[in-house]
Design a protein around this ligand. Structure first.
Ligand SMILES: [Zn+2]
Length: 354
């Protein structure tokens, strides 16, 4: 369901999305809240949600274009969250927003173009659908989101890794989590719905966003301490390590343990004794490919070290104290390959209370 107070935006996005998602896969509902409707917009929204099995809502957060309706995007978000319906934020102004602390239930849709937005919306929709189907197929409900993720991704041994993404994020929606815990009093299908909603957000907004067991291509380049001009070579070496789980089309993603296994299979001779882990990874790749690889752009170590990605600046960082800082409240403990770039931290920390 797409909601926007600008008809051009609504139509443009609908056309682009229809190209991505065929009619037999999903219906696309559009709603432009108008004053002339004569009905309370919140009531109207509830009616839409009651009458349709809405799987994903995408809304402009600033729904005030048609004259002070009082229906703000945040109201839409609140109503959807109460029903465990995921919501995407499609606000054109959001590029200029301040960085914010990771928010579990916030899904920001890229606004570069209708096509880019539509591809992302389709990928998120399919991820949640896939999770819904898998959750419905589980014989017993997992006891925690991390146990659920391990089950959904067929990674029974990774439950501890995933749990390190959850523990530090008590959210405004703790009420939802409480309802899952109190499963006996809730309808079983309601519990499954809530479970898929929470597990899906933990996967999309924490595990896939803050590099740890699963790496984006940028994080993979950082891990191997190579520049982004080497993307094609990284794809070639690690093609067997691609992540194929839910939300796989939201980004280009790889399993860290499989990447490490590939690197461990390469014998490096004469590694410098003080080599960092990133450097060793690059040396292994250079040995295996028989070429010298471009290094990441880092003014601090001239790209020698690498190893980590700053999820806020999307740049490769290293362990030097003038380069990056380790996990604090803004980076989940499970995100082993994420560190905050020092320049970003120095600029924003006082303002944002990092
Ligand atoms: Zn560096």
């Amino acid at each position: 369901m797409l909601i926007d107070d600008t008809i051009e935006q609504l139509e443009g996005l609908e056309i682009a999305l229809r190209k991505e998602v065929p009619e037999h896969e999903a219906q696309i509902l559009t709603w432009q809240p108008k004053k002339e409707d004569g009905t309370d917009p919140v009531e109207l929204l509830d009616k839409y949600l009651d009458e349709n099995d809405v799987a994903f809502v995408v809304t402009d957060y600033d729904l005030t274009g048609k004259g002070g309706l009082g229906l703000y995007g945040s109201t839409v978000v609140d109503h959807c969250q109460l029903r465990a319906v995921p919501v995407g934020d499609y606000s054109r102004g959001n590029k200029n927003r301040l960085p914010s602390e990771p928010s579990l239930f916030e899904i920001r849709v890229p606004t570069d173009s209708h096509e880019v937005a539509a591809q992302y919306i389709a990928a998120v929709y399919r991820g949640f659908e896939e999770i819904r189907v898998k959750v419905n197929g589980l014989a017993t409900m997992p006891r925690s989101p991390s146990a659920g993720l391990a089950a959904l991704l067929d990674r029974p041994n990774d439950q501890n890794q995933f749990s390190l993404y959850g523990v530090r994020y008590p959210t405004v929606n703790s009420g939802l989590l409480d309802r899952i815990d109190g499963g006996s009093e809730t309808q079983p299908d309601q519990v499954r719905r809530l479970f898929g909603y929470v597990a899906g957000h933990v996967l999309l907004n924490l595990v896939l966003r803050y590099p740890g067991p699963i790496l984006s291509l940028s994080a993979l380049a950082a891990y191997c301490a190579v520049g982004r001009s080497e993307d094609a070579r990284l794809r070639q070496v690690f093609q067997g390590c691609r992540y194929g789980g839910p939300f796989r089309d939201c980004d280009e993603l790889y399993w860290l343990d499989q990447v490490t296994a590939v690197i461990d299979g390469i014998q490096i001779d004469n590694a410098p004794e003080e080599a960092t882990s990133g450097e060793l990874n690059r040396l292994a790749l250079e040995k295996s490919l028989g070429v010298l690889l471009a290094r990441p752009a880092c003014t601090r170590c001239s790209g020698k070290n690498g190893g980590y990605l700053c999820p806020f600046t999307s740049r490769t960082v290293c362990l030097r104290s003038d380069c990056s800082l380790g996990s604090n409240g803004w980076i989940p403990a499970g995100a082993r390959l994420s560190r905050i770039e020092k320049t970003f931290f120095d600029e924003w920390a006082p303002l944002l209370g990092m």
